[in-house]
Design a protein around this ligand. Sequence first.
Ligand code: KIV
Length: 264
Amino acid sequence: MKSIHSFKQMKQEGRKISMVTCYDSCFAKILAETEIDMLLVGDSVAMVYHGFDSTIHATMPMMVMHTAAVARGAPKKFIIGDMPFLTFKKGPTVALDAAAELMRAGADCVKLEGLKGHEGSIEALIGAGIPVMGHLGLTPQSVHQLGGHKVQAKESREAEILIAEAKKLEEMGCFSLVLECVPSELAQKVSVSLKIPCIGIGAGVGTDGQVLVLHDMLGASPEFKPKFLRQYSNLSENTKTSINQYVKDVQEKTYPSAEESYKA
Ligand code: KIV
């Protein structure tokens, strides 16, 4: 079982870290038999599984239920529990309670977006012995303020702020950082200047690792095609083909066969 120390060592040795989202036991069991380093029970579950149009709809009961399901399916994988919208903005007490629930559900650490305004919550979590992964750049819980899911920190002033915030998160004791949708040169600069591993999504090849949303990389929603996404499978087409074949077999009475039926 990998730990926060394994990831620091991987960075020191120049070995890239791989991470995907996972929300349920079925996929967790499959991922448990792969080489993937980390599983993120992301608040993207609200969009991918529950059909909402943003991650602000992720709630604590939702995150706890999915974290527990993933932990049952992949008990030996390192699991990150995403802190849902506002749980870390209401102060250290609410943040500690929320993180405790995620850790009890099976998370090995928590991830939270941004820095400004919730430094106290981050300090309290780390002070309580809970490993914290930061998340800068495109922070989807602020989608309404950012004006959409867009590339961030293209201007030099924004880039400076991001670099300063990344350094601050490291100083505060975060063990790792997600950099989402930022220019590759900036992501590389941040990754090189920090000792903690930086995991990128839409942030180029210069980070210490990569994360993708599982359903996106497996091709579950082929219409969602951001520039950074590489589709490794065709889940949507394969599922449709399989289901249509099943419907045909049922209609033509070729399913079930005698071998697929019980005898008295
Ligand atoms: O919730 C999520 O899926 C994420 C990743 C995009 C990093 O935070």
